[in-house]
Design a protein around this ligand. Structure first.
Ligand SMILES: [Zn+2]
Ligand SMILES: [Zn+2]
Length: 208
């Protein structure tokens, strides 16, 4: 699964974009985000061109049912759900997957490149890379859309911002964390070690 990346930020390797995803053609031809199934087909088509995946049953990923997470999910961005009784220690394949669910908020023109990366991430789980270990992160880094690979933190902020009533702000570096509750002086900025200050969201946003 892919959780929001704010707490634990992992460095993204700088990499020159090797493939221009046809998602951009979609963007120019229509305002609406393509359906999840179309994004998935595109992701699988791109995966078929990645040499490191050539020995894996990538084409079988087409069989996996797709779904959406609940709209109010905040910490989960996407998930690969295995069928009942499947033990990932024994090695899994696409046939062991019950469904892959993506957050509906990612299925918008603004976030669809991230949705494609989320699918890629969950498809790696479906191909047998069960845990987020070093090998998994190396495979994940093969996704050619570098920008999409680094959108997790912004997407997490976007999800929390929908419900936020307070911004926990660092007076020194001005980083702000949207939250539903006040921090009441209990938290410090991880970078500056300065106590965060509560600011109501209404005071920041003209249209909440
Ligand atoms: Zn995952
Ligand atoms: Zn700070």
């Amino acid at each position: 699964m892919l959780m929001n990346g704010e707490v634990e930020e992992r460095p993204m390797k700088s990499r020159i974009m090797a493939t221009q995803s046809t998602l951009d053609d979609w963007r120019s031809s229509q305002e609406e985000c393509p359906p999840l199934e179309d994004i998935a087909s595109q992701v699988i088509a791109i995966m078929l061109t990645i040499p490191e995946l050539v020995d894996l049953p990538v084409a079988e990923l087409e069989q996996i049912p797709l779904g959406k997470l609940r709209k109010n999910a905040t910490n989960l961005h996407a998930v690969c759900r295995y069928k009942k009784g499947v033990r990932k220690e024994n090695g899994v394949g696409p046939e062991d997957v019950r469904c892959v669910d993506v957050h509906p908020e990612a299925l918008t023109t603004k976030w669809m490149h991230y949705a494609a990366f989320l699918l890629y991430h969950e498809y790696l789980h479906a191909l047998g890379f069960a845990n987020h270990n070093r090998t998994f992160r190396q495979m994940e880094a093969l996704w050619p859309d570098e920008e999409a690979r680094s959108m997790g933190k912004a997407f997490g902020t976007h999800l929390r911002m929908r419900k936020a009533k307070w911004l926990w702000e660092c007076p020194k570096c001005t980083i702000s964390h949207p939250r539903t509750r006040r921090s009441n002086g209990r938290y410090r900025c991880r970078k500056c070690r300065v106590v965060l200050v509560d600011t109501p969201v209404d005071a920041k946003q003209a249209n909440p």
